[in-house]
Write a protein that binds this ligand. Structure first.
Ligand code: G3P
Ligand code: MG
Length: 263
């Protein structure tokens, strides 16, 4: 299990490949692999009965034919829902996957997995514990992994429960104290909203050697600019647009991380 500069590629399929297939479904992971992605990002959150499912929103309404909070439903009830038809009729019948199913498919497809952990207020520890338990199951075959979150309590709990897991901290706006946060949590990668990232902050991050992944980039010109700033990966809903370019392009070769403990 490792995540290092050479394993995070220039393009990461976002929510699988959210512009090409229903986000956070197995179909989206297959689509990302078919488009040429080597890594995917997907979001996980806890159901009411403590299972982890791939879902970005706290509620079921936008992406499925269900309604209400994910946290109010059991895994069995969620598995009855359609998570594909809202995206396009041809995806009808697609289900919301559990984390272990998604990981098994990543192994099968040879995809690295950036597991972005979302947690409701008051459920940070329970969510982190479920992630750690899934990833520490004896004998589990795992893909290359990064566990990331905006929620610092989630990252701290994963660090405490499964110290070997590589962590990435996500920022909406990278704060002045980003380096202390990353160092304190033992993170090996930084994620940033590309709309609020500045070339100066990107350069400062890259000067310390951390890989820098920017979300969400669906425009080739923007990706090119971010790479010139030193951004090492972009998350894309339409990874094909950027992978076309990357076929002949290498993102800035990251300097070795001096502070983060790479595993
Ligand atoms: O993990 C990067 C990105 O997915 C964070 O934003 O809201 O799309 O989960 P969001
Ligand atoms: Mg996400």
């Amino acid at each position: 299990m490792r995540c290092d500069d050479s394993s995070l590629p220039p393009v990461i399929g976002h929510r699988g490949a959210a512009a090409r297939a229903p986000e956070n479904t197995l179909a989206a992971l297959r689509c990302a692999a078919a488009l040429g992605c080597r890594w995917v990002e997907f979001d996980v959150r806890l159901t009411g009965d403590g299972a982890l499912v791939l879902c970005h929103d706290p509620t079921l309404d936008r992406t499925t034919n269900g309604t209400g909070p994910v946290a109010a439903q059991t895994l069995a009830a969620i598995r009855q829902l359609d998570a594909g038809a809202r995206f396009a009729p041809k995806f009808a019948g697609e289900r919301m996957p559990a984390l272990d199913e998604a990981l098994a498919l990543c192994v099968e497809l040879g995809l690295g997995a950036d597991i972005e952990v979302k947690a409701e207020r008051g459920r940070a520890y329970a969510t982190a514990a479920a992630v750690a338990a899934t990833l520490r199951q004896p004998g589990a075959k795992l893909p290359a992994l990064l566990v990331s979150s905006f929620a610092l309590p989630v990252l701290a709990a994963v660090r405490a429960l499964a110290p070997q897991l590589p962590l990435g901290v996500l920022f909406r706006q990278v704060p002045r104290g980003w380096r202390e946060v990353a160092r304190h949590l033992g993170c090996v990668a930084i994620g940033a909203d590309q709309r609020r990232l500045t070339s100066r902050r990107a350069a400062a991050i890259r000067a310390t050697g951390y890989p820098l992944a920017a979300y969400t980039v669906n425009d080739l010109a923007r990706a090119r600019l971010l790479y010139t700033w030193g951004v090492t990966s972009v998350f894309s809903d339409a990874p094909d647009i950027i992978l076309r370019e990357n076929a002949g392009h290498r993102a800035a070769r990251p300097a070795p991380v001096r502070e983060a403990a790479l595993r």
